[in-house]
Write a protein that binds this ligand. Structure first.
Ligand code: GAL
Length: 610
């Protein structure tokens, strides 16, 4: 590891059955030895808390701690993440084991950072329909609404005679005959997110009292079931686990053609999106805790990366301000679920192809030094509750909040812009462009931030479209200050029923008919408003395809006086404080601006300093 130039090693994140082989019988000696070996070699340790993998005996102590799926079935022991966030007995077990670890290693300088649990929400584990969740939900509702009458009013429970007279009559919103009230679903989703925050806080409270080392969680890609910004408030650093090729084939919204083109390099924007998101979740401090080094085991297909990609992925992360990039894993495990998952070493300890790339990156970092994280030209508002809202009520089968925001992000990247992804309420001064697609309800602080920026703003579609309790507001959406427009009717569109735009491209999946006196800035081919505006505040009436997005971003950049790049497919730019980085994700040579880039090439040049 030291020869490769690595400096951090994460250990222990699933080791509960070895730390405590039977209840109360503790064995930390093997961990002491591991920490000692690593520290003597000059490596810093990230110690994981083992709470994502309770050992088998835990189920005998707490038979009802398993998560329950929406069909009412317990999810069994035999892999990982087999716990319900709401189970108070399990939370106490977590407090106990973390206290033991923190008492032993909290002031040990060799343990220089902590990872709490592992990948909250992975494998669909945020939502649990257990008895513990039910009890917690009723309590949460009583605190939020104070009386069943207030809840009935807020949810509109007079509809279908759904009124309650006691909080204890309220069930979780699964297994209903037809759909549950979206207000009920939305409340459950808010509750479930708060449960992740509360579960995490049990551990951060213990650790913050016993260590000054930074606390980190390793988030996943495209998981929206809990509010990462809320969890991030209790941690010093955000990190995420970046599997560019696994994610492309497993979850990235993209066409089959696109997936084939980038099958060996990963989507050119998916990693960058999460780098920008988690930089914000980490309040500026973020890492890659796990970087894919070769084929993984869990995607539908697992091709090998092009030579150079492990290096490119690491550099894209550093260019987005990552403090650290760790690889998963060091050596391929010859046993169990991940025996087909590549490491930096093969199972026989011979170097796998990514090892040399990791070594090259380590050397290059030494010579280049810190490049800083400049404030980006464009901002996108990302809002987890909006993802829950539109899952509670998609209205069209393919309406997907993440995909909508990601499309907007991609368009900014194709224009060569650097982007900050920010939560609601973030300060928006200093940006040239602000996009807020699909934000189901703007908070008062967001409205204030929108009013306080000189940026060109584009909100919509589906912006400010519900109140906190999921009722349609009156005045009707989008109800944006100074913008005289109302969504008078809306429609979702099945695949193929696209709405052509006068300036090129189409709206697909979603279209809102707008009425009012606001200036019409773009129209559909039929002459209906597609974008309306008042000064720098504009509203978008549908879900643009890539061609339409390119036109929109070009127009906004022009109005904002920004120069943009119109990059070829696969080429991407990221500007830092000191350097411009250019990355070629394409599996072929790409020429741009008189320069030719080889597949997987990374090139950086100093930016002129004003
Ligand atoms: C992550 C996880 C690791 C390992 C890896 C496989 O989800 O944190 O423990 O399972 O993916 O790619």
């Amino acid at each position: 590891m030291v020869e490769t130039g690595l400096s951090w090693v994460r250990i222990g994140e699933f080791a509960w059955s070895r730390l405590e082989p039977s209840p109360g019988q503790l064995d930390f000696e093997w961990l002491d030895r591991a920490i000692d070996v690593l520290a003597r070699a000059g490596l810093k340790v990230v110690l994981g808390t083992p709470t994502a993998t309770p050992p088998r005996w835990m189920l005998d102590k707490h038979p009802d701690m398993l998560p329950i799926d929406a069909e009412g079935r317990p999810r069994r022991f035999g892999s990982r993440r087999h716990y319900c966030f709401s189970h108070t007995g399990y939370r106490e077990e977590c407090r106990r084991i973390v206290t033991l670890l923190a008492d032993r290693y909290g002031r040990d300088p060799r343990v220089a950072a902590w990872q709490i649990d592992n990948e909250y929400g992975c494998h669909d584990t945020t939502l649990s329909y257990s008895a513990a969740a039910l009890a917690g939900f009723r309590d949460w509702l009583a605190q939020r609404y104070q009386s069943p009458q207030a809840l009935n009013r807020a949810w509109g429970n007079v509809f279908w005679s759904m009124e309650y007279t006691e909080f204890d009559e309220i069930d979780l919103p699964n297994l209903t005959v037809t759909e549950a009230n979206p207000a009920h679903v939305m409340a459950f989703r808010r509750f479930a997110s708060d449960e992740v925050v509360a579960f995490n806080r049990v551990q951060t409270d213990v650790l913050h009292a016993r260590t000054d080392a930074p606390l980190i969680h390793n988030y996943m890609g495209q998981i929206t079931e809990f509010d990462h910004f809320d969890v991030g408030q209790d941690l010093e650093i955000a990190s995420w686990d970046s599997y560019p090729m696994g994610f492309l084939l497993d979850r990235t919204p993209a066409t089959e053609d696109h997936k084939l083109t980038f099958a060996r390099s990963g989507d050119p924007d998916f990693q960058a999106f999460h780098h920008d998101l988690y930089r914000s979740v980490g309040k500026g401090r973020w890492w890659i805790m796990e970087q894919q080094p070769g084929p993984v085991n869990w995607a539908p297909w697992n091709p090998a990366p092009m030579p150079g990609m492990a290096r490119l992925w690491a550099w894209e992360a550093f260019a987005h301000g990552a403090e650290t990039v760790c690889y998963f894993r060091w050596r391929q495990a010859p046993f169990a679920q991940e025996q087909m998952h590549a490491g930096l070493l093969r199972p026989d300890s011979v170097a796998a192809p990514a090892l040399a790339e990791a070594a090259q990156v380590a050397q290059e970092i030494e010579t280049l030094g810190a490049v800083g994280t400049a404030k980006a030209q464009a901002a996108i508002i990302f809002d987890y509750p909006s993802a829950w809202a539109w899952e509670a009520q998609p209205q069209g089968a393919d309406f997907d909040y993440f995909a909508l925001v990601f499309d907007a992000y991609r368009a900014l990247r194709r224009a060569g812009l650097s982007i900050d992804i920010v939560p609601q309420g973030a300060d928006l001064t200093g940006y040239a462009i602000v996009l807020a697609p699909g934000t189901f309800k703007f908070s008062a602080s967001t409205l204030k931030a929108l009013a306080g920026t000189d940026a060109q703003i584009l909100a919509g579609p589906r912006a400010n479209a519900r109140d906190e309790d999921f009722a349609l507001p009156n005045p009707l959406p989008p109800n944006l200050p100074g913008l005289d427009t109302v969504v008078s009717r809306l429609e979702s569109l099945p695949p193929g029923l696209d709405i052509a735009l006068a300036d090129g491209g189409v709206f697909r999946s979603w279209f809102e008919h707008l009425e009012g006196a606001a200036e019409v800035r773009a129209r559909t081919a039929n002459g209906d408003p597609a974008i309306v505006a008042a000064g720098s505040m504009a509203y978008l009436a549908g879900w643009p395809d890539a061609a339409a997005w390119d036109g929109i971003v070009t127009d906004m950049a022009k109005r904002a006086g920004l120069s943009m790049a119109a990059l070829p497919d696969g080429l991407r730019i990221r500007d830092t404080d000191t350097h411009r980085f250019v990355f070629n994700y394409a599996p072929h040579e790409v020429t741009w601006d008189g320069e030719t880039y080889q597949p997987a090439e990374v090139r950086w040049s100093e930016l002129p300093q004003s």
